[in-house]
Design a protein around this ligand. Structure first.
Ligand code: SF4
Length: 458
């Protein structure tokens, strides 16, 4: 059985390599659909309340972008790695096309390679998206997604020759995809033996879009799985692997960037919880009321008027949906506060475990054990929009609470199992390992509790 899977996965890699034209055709089809659904709805009127997804282009585009695209791209990272980036992503295709055809091929400046960009970009984009209600309005989607696409093309125009500099260093979801794809059961790998003993003559280096050192390839985290290097020197191939391998075996990187851990703890867990829960949180309402009452008591009324334009704060009076300055302040404080609270708590817990185990590398290594729980949060949070839109269309999901509980329980167990495997590899005594595991399990509780509050508690 395992040989059949290995062969099938290997052939998938070589088929993708041989059929570049098909992949390019798919990419341009996705680009056309993406641009159509992004641009056209933003010039159409708001849909009437009784409209259905299939009967109104604005609702249809909203459903495609936020109900299908984002949640299932997140999910695809866990099953097929970053094939989305290498085969389907319209932004990457446009950035690479711009770079290859009209690019100035300037060398990449140091500031652009700063490892903190994916974290900062993810947090700011998530926050801005909530402030202008990106899930609900086509203009907001055009501003955020279209702006990102234009920026990707501009970076492609200046830097790199036929590569994807934007995707590698600046894309707001690059860091998220990079982390999530570590759990994928397939990856391109280079066989070092075959590479060293290759005697098939000189081969031109494949043009790797994210500029990876193919010689050292052992995982999918930065690899876009475009398959251009499949079969190179008879050493590179798509291979199946354990979903634990990259985190447990390769996760102990002494040169790991602290930014990846910050993105995971503060962004993908903390900020994501804040961004998905503020609309249902009674704490948010209490916070907002307290500020509003204080302002009224002090005769300060201007922050209570929705005077900001829609591209600063949601402002759609026709839909009876406008944020005043207090709303904007509370949304930003809640989301960033949640990021800070969860991030700090998890950082302290990991730091305590690493100190207990007397290991300097354990902090970043063990942090990756939170990946399944972080993935579940992103998927469940994003599919809340999918469910909301389908419910407006009259579709009901009696099984939804069970499915959500199952996903949360499964990923919590997966996280615990990863933590156990990582702790097992440390040279610490058994007692310390058990204590470390206990502390890790305690760290998972607030994350699960936050999602429980969102879906059941509130
Ligand atoms: S290493 Fe580069 S060329 Fe090879 S599959 Fe990954 S992204 Fe494509």
């Amino acid at each position: 059985m395992s040989r059949i899977i290995t062969t099938a996965v290997y052939h998938l890699g070589t088929v993708m390599h041989r059929h570049r034209t098909v992949i390019q055709t798919i990419q341009w089809c996705v680009v056309a659909i993406y641009l159509f659904l992004l641009i056209v709805p933003s010039f159409l009127p708001l849909p009437p309340r009784q409209e259905h997804i299939l009967g109104n282009l604005v609702l249809f585009a909203q459903f495609v972008f936020w109900g299908i695209w984002w949640p299932f791209v997140i999910l695809s990272m866990l099953f097929i790695g970053r094939i989305w980036c290498g085969v389907f992503c319209p932004e990457g295709a446009l950035a690479e096309f711009t770079s290859r055809t009209v690019g100035r091929n300037k060398s990449i400046p140091r500031w652009l390679k700063w490892r903190g960009w994916p974290t900062v970009a993810f947090i700011l984009t998530t926050l801005y998206g909530q402030l202008i209600s990106v899930y609900d309005y086509a203009e907001a989607a055009l501003l955020i997604l279209g702006g990102s696409t234009l920026a990707a093309m501009a970076i492609g125009f200046f830097f790199g020759k036929g590569t994807r500099v934007w995707c590698r260093y600046l894309c707001p979801v690059n860091g998220v995809f990079n982390l999530l794809s570590r759990l994928a059961p397939i990856s391109f790998k280079t066989d070092q033996e075959k590479w060293a003993h290759y005697c098939g003559g000189r081969q031109e280096n494949p043009n790797c879009p994210p500029m990876i050192n193919i010689h050292q390839l052992h995982g999918v985290n930065a690899c876009h799985m475009c398959a251009r290097c499949a079969g190179f020197r008879d050493a590179v191939a798509l291979k199946p692997r354990s979903v634990m391998e990259e985190v447990v075996v390769y996760g102990e990187d002494k040169n790991a960037s602290p930014w990846e851990t910050r993105l995971l703890l503060f962004g993908m867990i903390g900020v994501a919880i804040g961004a998905f829960t503020w609309t249902v949180s009674p704490w948010f309402v209490t916070f907002k009321q307290a500020i509003a009452e204080w302002l009224v008591d002090h005769n300060i009324f201007w922050p209570l008027d929705p005077t900001a334009p829609w591209w600063v704060l949601t402002n759609h009076p026709a839909n009876n949906d406008s944020f005043n300055w207090v709303d904007g302040f509370c949304v930003a404080s809640y989301i960033l506060g949640s990021g800070l609270l969860f991030g700090t708590f998890l950082t302290l817990m990991l730091w305590a475990i690493a100190s207990l185990m007397r290991s300097q590398t354990l902090f970043h290594h063990l942090a990756q054990a939170f990946l399944p729980l972080a993935a579940a949060g992103l998927f469940l949070g994003l599919t809340a929009t999918t469910v909301k839109l389908l419910m407006y269309d009259g579709i009901t999901f009696w099984w939804l609470p069970y499915a959500r509980a199952f996903i949360l329980a499964l990923t919590a167990l997966w996280s615990l199992y990863l933590a156990a495997r990582i702790l097992q590899r440390t040279p610490a005594s058994l007692i310390r390992k058990y204590l470390g595991f206990f502390l890790f399990a305690v760290s998972c509780v607030p994350i699960v509790y936050a999602w429980w509050l969102m879906f059941w508690g509130w």
